[in-house]
Ligand binder design. Structure first.
Ligand code: 16G
Ligand code: MG
Length: 584
């Protein structure tokens, strides 16, 4: 059936007939086999079922790999292998999520989830890139190299790899490829089927905390969130100017599919009216809808009824981002993006902390894309310290963990709140402490309930919606009262195509451009011409382009500044195609 040979370097190379590989796969490799040499099937699988057929170099970027689904079979298989190695190295459960978030339906992607729900550690991103690009014949060497580098000695551990996927039709066979990779190294794939990205992060954390964080099931996830939500809300569902009705754009993706269960569990506490919930394979995923569309187009998505002053929200294709918005009586569109959610959450947490009266440091983390008005409001009005980090969830999450209570949001709507163990312990003891007044005890209890509404493992559109709804309800606010906290500075985002986006390098959380020479000086001399002007440029981590951001006191000025900076990028960083036009 097979023949194998031990080579001089002690590595074993095994050849398998295809039917045997398939059989192994079907049997999910029983424990007895996992404990000996079955992981050697890896090379046979790679050669026979998931050969690397593309020449293009793929890079594990800010959100993992993302490209045309048809180019991803071998990458998925190899990420299954890498996940097993990572799990053995960390001696923990690892997750693999198959999704391309807000990209159109023909794309797909994959990212690994680390033990505590974080994004894959940066040093392993380089390994992921290496795994994805190595030629088939060198895959074995690369695996051995990694095993050696990290001294992974427990190669027989039957580690669990949780696999989730979004609703793209290609996700079905791509998730099979991931699982084959896991099986080939005798890991244990656990197929969670179609789930949101944050749900998968939640399952990983539940498993790795021995269920302390919650039950690692979808039911457990809904139960945790909705029980806390209902408890916090109590029996009065609408109060003040708050009405318990929200219009929800599911982006024709997993966010639509999953909110159906949430609705059932919430019953009348929150009336979620769902739109854009087309079935899988309709080709409409993220098409003219979803959080990314609404944020970048600053307009209503298709398929939603436009009702004056009614709260609407949109999630993205894997439901880890959310933005709110509404149309006013003059048909003017108003966007409540990640910055707004962050300030709402930080201000409310600050109020509760004052009620509790215990010393916990609260901080807010943003990126350079945060509107300057939001940063000013948080630091000067709310007196909450603000940190700015590079784009990408991993940077925000990491920084947020340095506070007792860390609120982080990207302007695009990805974010959450994380609470340190110290914070949780202090709150629990405050609920019982004799030195606390009844009011303080109640406030501590409320905050502990609020923590359960939040998915601390990663930004979660569904959990964030429940958080926003909870705070608005508690304050008795409608959406325009929320908006009235501060006025956004007009801003503009542009893209410039250049020969090589890596010629632009940045520092200071992407706010300063280091190369090419002279570009930052040029930006500085443009920015000073504008009242409240601010601009920065950075290479995108997900597209082959340079992004330009500019804000200024008026719409006209913001547009002009953005175009002027884009032109400088074009001139100094090797722009290709038509030069950006500067409005007069
Ligand atoms: C990815 C990031 C997101 C970031 C975006 C920037 C994760 C999970 N996602 O979607 O946080 O805002 O990339 O894209 O980290 P860009 O580099 O193309 O501007
Ligand atoms: Mg997403």
């Amino acid at each position: 059936m097979t023949h194998s040979k031990e080579t001089a370097d002690g590595k074993v190379r095994v050849k398998f007939k295809r039917w045997y590989i398939l059989l192994l796969n079907l049997l999910l490799i029983p424990d007895s086999m996992a404990n000996n040499s079955s992981y050697r099937t890896v090379y046979a699988f790679a050669r026979e079922m998931y050969p690397r057929n593309i020449k293009a170099h793929l890079q594990y970027g800010t959100a993992g790999f993302r490209t045309k689904a048809t180019d991803l079979d071998h990458v998925m298989y190899r990420m299954g292998l890498l996940a097993v190695l990572r799990a053995r190295y960390k001696k923990a459960v690892i997750g693999v999520m198959i999704t391309a978030s807000h990209n159109p339906e023909p794309d797909n992607g994959v990212k690994l989830v680390d033990p505590f729900g974080e994004m894959l550690e940066q040093s392993w991103e380089a390994w992921a890139t290496k795994f994805a690009n190595v030629v088939d014949d060198k895959l074995e060497d690369t695996i051995n190299e990694l095993i050696k580098e990290y001294n992974i000695t427990n190669m027989n551990d039957r580690v669990e790899i949780l696999v989730g996927k979004d609703t793209r039709p290609s996700s079905i066979h791509l998730s099979k490829a991931v699982m084959d990779g896991v099986l080939a190294l005798s890991g244990k794939p656990i197929d969670y089927g179609i789930v949101t990205t944050p749900q998968l992060h939640y399952f990983v954390v539940c498993k790795n905390t021995n269920r302390l964080y919650g039950q690692p099931t979808e039911e457990g996830y809904y139960r945790k969130l909705t029980n806390a939500f209902k408890k916090y809300r109590g029996s009065v569902f609408s109060q003040g100017n708050y009405v318990n009705r929200v219009i929800y754009d599911g982006a024709n993706g997993v966010g639509a599919k999953k909110v159906k269960y949430l609705k059932e569990a919430l019953q009348d506490t929150l009336l979620i009216e769902m739109y854009n919930d087309e079935i899988i394979g309709s080709g409409k995923l993220n098409h003219l809808c979803g959080a990314d569309y609404v944020k970048s187009q600053q307009s209503f998505p298709t398929g939603l009824p436009v009702e004056t002053n009614v709260r609407c929200c949109s999630v993205d294709g894997d439901a880890d981002r959310i933005v709110y918005y509404y149309m006013d009586e003059n048909n003017k569109f108003h966007l409540m993006d990640g910055d707004r959610i962050a300030t709402l959450a930080a201000s409310y947490l600050k109020e509760i902390l004052l009620d509790i009266g215990i010393d916990l440091n609260l901080g807010l983390v943003q990126t350079a894309y945060a509107n300057g008005a939001s940063t000013e409001y948080i630091s000067t009005k709310l007196n909450v310290p603000v940190a700015c980090v590079s784009t990408g969830v991993k940077h925000l999450h990491h920084k947020a963990l340095t506070y007792d209570i860390g609120v982080y949001f990207e302007a695009n709507g990805h974010g959450t709140v994380v609470f340190s163990n110290n914070a949780k312990e202090k709150l629990i003891s405050a609920t019982e402490s004799d030195s606390c007044t009844e009011k303080q005890k109640q406030a501590s209890k409320r905050l502990l309930t609020l923590i359960d509404i939040i998915n601390e493992t990663v930004g979660d559109a569904i959990a964030d919606m429940l958080l926003v709804e909870t705070i608005l309800h508690a304050k008795g606010w409608n959406i325009s009262q929320w908006e009235a906290c501060y006025t956004d500075l007009p801003n503009r985002l542009l893209k410039v195509t250049v020969k090589d986006r890596n010629v632009i390098t940045t520092t200071d959380a992407e706010r300063i451009c280091v190369t090419p020479n002279g570009l930052q000086d040029a930006i500085n001399s443009l920015v000073v011409k504008y009242d409240k002007g601010r601009s920065f440029v950075r290479p995108s981590g997900t597209e082959d382009i340079i992004r330009v951001y500019a804000e200024a006191a008026t719409r006209k000025e913001a547009d002009k500044l953005a175009a002027e900076v884009a032109l400088k990028v074009y001139e100094l960083a090797g722009g290709i195609g038509t030069a950006p036009e500067v409005p007069q």
